[in-house]
Design a protein around this ligand. Sequence first.
Ligand code: ATP
Ligand code: MG
Length: 264
Amino acid sequence: MSNTNSQDTLIVIQDLNKKFTSADGKVVNALENINLEVKRGEFISLIGPSGCGKSTLLRLIANLIEPTNGILTVNGHSADVARRNREYGFVFQSATLYEWRTVTKNVQLPLEVMKYSRQERAERAKKMLELVELSDFADHYPWQLSGGMQQRVSIARALAFEPPLLLMDEPFGALDEMTRERLNNELLSIWHSIPNMTVIFVTHNISEAVYLSSRVVVMSPRPGKIYKVIDVDLPRPRSAETLDSDGFFHYSSQIRHLLREVMA
Ligand SMILES: Nc1ncnc2c1ncn2[C@@H]1O[C@H](COP(=O)(O)OP(=O)(O)OP(=O)(O)O)[C@@H](O)[C@H]1O
Ligand SMILES: [Mg+2]
């Protein structure tokens, strides 16, 4: 299920491989034979043990690194075109804010790079800070905020230009359970509010993956592969009720079993 009726394909990954060669000449097969299609408007989570290539896959989609071989297209183009057209926002595991810029100025940064007018930058930053409930902190500096608040600023920044594709690498990994739950709900309402927005979300947390996703991609390590893709057929909008439902329990335990298999 997605937040749109249009089911056209956004990302195509075919027979993708990524090898890294370390300084001592040892080759690591970070990803082997990856095949995945992502429809526009889907919310996909990548889950799997440490080192199975989740970040690598996200970085390949973002064109921060190049595949060793295979096909990867975003919006019908190679990933570098999508990057140059700024078709995605990226949220890293830890908030990567500029300490000397205020919250507002951090959120405006990509808009400056993209040459938005001063007025449009101000309007968009204001709107995004409202969305993540940080309007009162617009003129604060990152070091005056808690870790969770900083992460919300980096989400606001990634969303400021309403990217059609949002790539998130364990964005809530370092947060306490209650803050994570709240931000999960914020993220879902943002996703619902931007038509056709596609999210690819890396997490280690099974509940989070089930709660958020239309599909969960379970990956296995050494070499990194897609082990199984689970369709999460739970009604939307998701809520506290979802967390107590039999369906939620069913998907969570299914994924827990798969993770046990890949770690065995
Ligand atoms: N730049 C790099 N140079 C060499 N090896 C790398 C590089 N980046 C990743 N690797 C290797 O590729 C494999 C996959 O790494 P990756 O960071 O994608 O894993 P991950 O699934 O994101 O793990 P984690 O859950 O710990 O974040 C690992 O064996 C890692 O050591
Ligand atoms: Mg990682």
